[in-house]
Design a protein around this ligand. Structure first.
Ligand SMILES: NC(=O)c1ccc[n+]([C@@H]2O[C@H](COP(=O)([O-])OP(=O)(O)OC[C@H]3O[C@@H](n4cnc5c(N)ncnc54)[C@H](O)[C@@H]3O)[C@@H](O)[C@H]2O)c1
Length: 362
């Protein structure tokens, strides 16, 4: 079997972590008897520098023709002053829209060895294992009208619009319920139904999908307001199994949930919905540590595992990667972002190499 993978390292630490991710991918391909054709593409700030825009048609076509897309991170202070329409992060939004990736899956699982690396107490975070399902192509990040207009009195008025339609809510609800069937069979839908009409609709539609589909009868569904959810995440994260929410609430809550695991450098993600899935670490381009070999490559390596599982049907190879990461952490190896007293501190490259060594050992 041969798979075409579009590899888009992006900016900042993107190329550093991607180097380790693709090295692991090549290694497991050889071990499990398939081949990968890695097709590189320039996106984000790097593309602005080279082509004047964050995503070229050529790179977009490359992603559309691939079996899956691996993405690093985009953005950085160099491009912060640019107009929103051509900022590096626009490439991310465009890719999600063009590839029809309406569901973002972010597993938040605490590796036992990292329980004391979290800023929260060990007894609070221990056992955390949830999946945040974030709607990705609708809501306030895309709704119209939007923009900033000048008023007659010389002041300005900024507007963004939160919009959801029934089909948009139904399809993301199905993703959450389907995921819950393979997990602990609980879905928590997060909204602000007491204030926002659009999320009143969200709650109504999620409830209807749950009731209508016979196969979902064994799943517990609860609704929770976003402010309460933010609180419950740090009070008792073990109560959550699958959390489904809107684009903006998901953006914020998944970063909060990320901190339960000790570092954003540990979290992989998958964006699904269309023909081609896109896989990326949750973190950004981390300009503060770029070029210093300090980045944690594990989120990217775990994103490769998600890609193998969800897009390439290579579950055994994915399990082997997950296991290797667990062993490395159990043995006390850490990058700077998750370091603790007595650990063995490694750089990005060393961490990638060590994971490959463990994979080789099986
Ligand atoms: N998906 C994306 O491409 C994406 C996501 C978020 C932010 N961004 C962009 O990235 C740039 C920086 O954003 P930010 O600073 O808010 O978020 P960030 O995730 O880049 O960094 C936040 C903090 O976490 C640390 N960190 C992040 N990833 C790490 C890793 N793998 N290993 C070790 N430490 C890590 C950073 O050093 C920093 O201290 C901005 O331009 C932002 O727009 C891009």
């Amino acid at each position: 079997m041969n798979y075409n993978i579009a590899v888009l390292p992006g900016d900042g630490i993107g190329p550093e972590v991607m180097g380790e991710g693709t090295a692991v991918l090549k290694q497991v391909a050889e071990l499990y008897g398939f081949t990968v054709n890695l097709e590189p593409g320039i996106v984000g700030g790097a593309s602005i520098d080279a082509h004047g825009k964050p995503l070229t048609d050529a790179v977009l076509n490359l992603t559309k023709q691939s079996d899956a897309v691996l993405l690093g991170a985009m953005g950085g202070p160099k491009w912060d002053g640019l107009d929103y329409s051509i900022r590096p992060e626009r490439a991310l939004l465009a890719l999600r829209q063009e590839l029809g990736l309406f569901a973002n899956l972010r597993p938040v699982k605490l590796f036992a060895a990292l329980a004391s690396a979290s800023t929260l107490k060990k007894e609070v975070v221990e056992g955390t294992d949830m999946l945040v399902v974030r709607e990705l192509t609708g809501g306030i990040y895309f709704g119209e009208p939007k923009g900033v207009t000048m008023l007659p009195d010389g002041t300005e008025r900024g507007v963004n619009t939160e919009v959801y339609t029934t089909p948009e809510i139904e399809r993301i609800a199905h993703v959450a319920f389907q995921a819950a069937l393979k997990r602990r069979k609980k879905v928590t839908s997060v909204d602000k139904a007491n204030v926002l009409e659009v999320t009143e609709l969200w709650r109504k539609v999620v409830t209807r999908v749950h009731k209508k589909e016979e196969g979902y009868a064994g799943i517990e569904l609860e609704h929770i307001l976003v402010d309460n959810c933010a609180m419950q995440l740090i009070r008792n994260p073990r109560q959550f199994d699958v959390v489904v929410t809107t684009n903006m609430f998901g953006d914020i809550l998944s970063d909060e949930a990320a901190m339960l695991t000790g570092s954003i450098g540990m979290l992989p993600s998958a964006s699904l919905g269309g023909k081609v899935g896109m896989y990326e670490p949750v973190h950004g381009s981390a300009p503060d540590i770029t070029g210093q070999d300090k980045a944690n490559p594990l989120a990217t390596i775990l994103s490769v595992a998600m890609m193998l599982r969800h897009s390439l049907d290579q579950g055994a190879a994915a399990d082997r990667i997950d296991k290797a990461v667990e062993v490395v952490l159990d043995e006390g190896y850490r990058t700077a972002d998750i370091q603790e007293p007595g650990c063995k501190l490694l750089g990005c490259k060393q961490m990638g190499q060590l994971v490959r060594d463990k994979i080789a050992k099986g």
